[in-house]
Design a protein around this ligand. Structure first.
Ligand code: AMP
Ligand code: MG
Length: 338
């Protein structure tokens, strides 16, 4: 199933991109989460180029993308029964599994660490691309390190030179936020990065406890073990403020001027009355799908600040609550980055 409005997979374009990857080149590919900056995961030089293009610190590991559970077995030391059950339940889909890596995976991919994050993306064009390459592809979000993730091919083209990065257009990303990252090497299993797939659904499949890692610096809880997700991230150029009430929004506008752009939830009554607002959908999946594009839109006119209405923490079904939690995590990081 394709992303809404996605162009049909063009076999010649996919073949050309596969050739580029085979030569050690870099290709941006669509997924259901965000666009990935792809390279052959077994080609060290190609992987180094991805770090270089993104300006990504070498210790921040890359997720390896596979077209099947069978291909996933080539990048891990042991493909466990738990991994297979999660793959059966959620792949192709936005769940990354962290397991001990196999010797085939160069250390540069994993930030020098002993584990690898692997997932099978839910996008027909990219599944065809990986199949044509016959090897797993690294695919960090296709944005300069620390900035807003790309959810359209145009976002990628704005950031990278076409001579460096060939972009495979698969339309707008359906889910719009990065995958859930789950560490299966620890007990209890640990969500290192929240995403569309919530801890409850994972626990139901595993039949054991799943905890959500917290940043030690922000919430004084168990240390987060996902390298690279600490500190500023997901940030537009303008300073981001999270606001809960119209009064708080007014104070940001009074302090920084009428150029402030507000990202508000449709029908919440937060916009209007002298505030320039971009409206976002009320339901969690559609909000998440729009969020990064809306942040970019708000940022485009170089406003003095972007004020984002804090999304509801506990609205809707368990699935929706998981998405709101993931959305809030990204917005909090964007706000921390200023
Ligand atoms: P990105 O591909 O830009 O969405 O970032 C991938 C993120 O996944 C990294 O920043 C890590 O937080 C996490 N990740 C990837 N591989 C591992 C791993 N082996 N162990 C822990 N976290 C990982
Ligand atoms: Mg990223």
């Amino acid at each position: 199933m394709g992303a809404p409005g996605s162009p049909p997979a063009d076999p010649e374009r996919i073949a050309a991109c596969a050739r580029r990857l085979g030569e050690g080149g870099v290709v941006a590919f669509p997924t259901e989460t965000v666009y990935g900056l792809g390279a052959d995961a077994f080609n060290e030089d190609a992987v180094r180029r991805v770090f270089e293009l993104k300006g990504r610190p070498a210790g921040n590991p890359l997720i390896v993308h596979v077209d099947s559970a069978e291909m996933a077995t080539t990048v891990v030391l042991e493909w466990t029964d738990e991994a297979q059950r999660l793959a059966d339940a959620f792949w192709p889909g936005p769940l990354t599994l962290v397991l001990e890596k196999s010797d085939a995976v160069p250390g540069v991919v994993t930030g020098g660490g002993p584990t690898v994050g692997v997932r099978c993306p839910d996008h027909p064009i990219t599944l065809a691309l990986i199949g044509a390459c016959g090897v797993p592809l690294v695919g960090p979000s296709a944005n300069p390190s620390g900035r807003v993730s790309p959810t359209t091919a145009d976002h990628v083209r704005e950031a990278f030179d076409p001579g460096d990065v060939m972009t495979l257009d698969g339309g707008a990303c359906r889910a719009g936020i990065e995958s859930t990252v789950l560490d299966l090497t620890s007990t209890p299993a640990r969500v290192l990065r929240p995403g569309v797939v919530g801890a409850d659904r994972i626990a139901a499949v595993l039949g054991r406890e799943v905890v959500v890692a917290r940043d030690p610096d922000r919430r004084g809880d168990a240390p987060a073990r996902a390298p690279g997700i600490l500190g500023p991230h997901y940030a537009p150029g303008a300073r981001v403020y999270l606001v809960s009430t119209r009064g708080e929004l007014d104070r940001v506008v009074e302090g920084l001027g009428p150029g402030v752009i507000a990202l508000v939830i449709e029908g919440s009554g937060m916009g209007g009355r002298g505030v320039r607002a971009i409206e976002l959908p009320t339901d969690a999946p559609r909000y998440a799908a729009r969020m990064y594009a809306a942040l970019r839109e708000a940022d485009a006119g170089a406003p003095p600040a972007i004020a984002v209405q804090r999304p509801p923490a506990d609205a809707g079904s368990p699935e929706e609550r998981a998405i709101w939690a993931a959305v809030l995590e990204r917005l909090t990081r964007a706000a921390d980055a200023g």
